[in-house]
Design a protein around this ligand. Sequence first.
Ligand code: ATP
Ligand code: MG
Length: 466
Amino acid sequence: MENLEELAQQMRRYIDDPVAFVVNVLHAQPDKWQEDALRAIGKNSRVAIRSGHGVGKTAFEAWCVDWFLFTRPYPKIPCTAPTQQQLFDILWPEISKWLKRSPLLDGLFEWQKTKVTMRAMPERWFATARTASKPENMAGFHEEHLLFICDEASGIDDSIYETIEGALTTKDAKLILCGNPTKNSGVFKRAFYEDRDLYWTQKVSCFDAARVTDDYSQRLIKQYGEDSDVVRVRVLGEFPKAEPDGLIPLELVEAAMMRDASMEADPDVMLDVGADIARFGDDETIIVPRIGGKVLGLFHYTKQDTMTTCGKILSITKGMMAEYAKPHATLHIDDDGVGGGVTDRLREVVLEQGLNIDVVACHNGGAPGDKEHYANWVTEQWCGLKQRLVDGDISLPQDDELAAQLSTRKYLLNSRDQIILEDKKTFKKRIHRSPDRADALVLAFSSGGSVDTSLAQLLGGARFYG
Ligand SMILES: Nc1ncnc2c1ncn2[C@@H]1O[C@H](COP(=O)(O)OP(=O)(O)OP(=O)(O)O)[C@@H](O)[C@H]1O
Ligand SMILES: [Mg+2]
């Protein structure tokens, strides 16, 4: 009993003081902005934080989960994020990391894969992880002590927030929204503008955060400019502006990087692999495999000879075919310059080994299918990718460079009113690097080119077209 009374005292002590809880119980030292935000959630019902990458948002959210669990009787804490990876691989382990710092909390609570429960009454006292894939996932929570946590809040659909809103009825119901400000509409954006009277808000730039190295921020600024959307969203914590002559707005790219595209159920959808080839020098060789709308990875290498590159492309392709049980793959290779040698060697190996793989040689300057609207093949492919991003059926890996390259490539209209993509040389002059990651992605999603299928090779190596 004495122990219980002591425990109750501790719970009461920290009920309005999350800063002291974090310092004394979790043994963490919050950064200045984290301290302000903790104080704010102690006093307010809604807190929204937008920031650059890596400033410590998820740690802050994890502390809030632990604090609310410890200080309220029978609390419910639904936690959500746009993707399973964000929720289960990042936020959920972060909660465990801090919980285990305190022998007291570790003894009281059990951390499980999708829940953290009070050992003594697991049904009524818990935090739970729910993906933001459908509003029902956030339904059914009506408690006196309720804390909703939304990580990567820009990527969560408004329909999910509607459900959450419906549950925020009691005096001790709280809501925390944290994320990079990737989208210019929706609840997260409005929290800082139209609805800001409802929220305590904070903006955290990477420059205000001790734990982000200046190198990261400076590199992005040097390359893309302080006013570029990539720097605004990923370093400064500002919403994007959308470059007036940029072909693909960053907002579309960020949305795809926060999307869980479920793997195409259709067994007829095969593997496609795009490869942009570099040899020596600073440019990278990039290999991008995808199945349907889901990009499976972004492999990058520098300073490799073309034979090694062929080996890498084939081993990645064969590995993915085996892993996803795909009997056929299509390789889309940038055939200009050093890529030509890679295409030739790949075709040779495919033939020698009798692989069920087509090799497509792609020429950026080649003829587009739609000659009325596009000046060349590569412009048509970039526009095709943009359309798929607009349609929202693509999921991309989180990658700063890829986001930057996709969103900073410009376009023009030529004298024949055709769209023409800014050429590589001009891009390189402006940005000081090749748009290789974006180009490889575009290749992975490309159609057409000079098809030289294994069948064509068997028929005598004739190219079908191109
Ligand atoms: N005050 C702190 N003391 C010690 N470690 C911390 C602190 N704040 C954050 N961290 C650690 O720093 C790392 C990065 O923080 P975190 O993941 O919370 O950043 P983030 O803002 O969520 O990043 P992202 O923008 O990538 O989502 C994590 O390992 C986290 O545990
Ligand atoms: Mg985070």
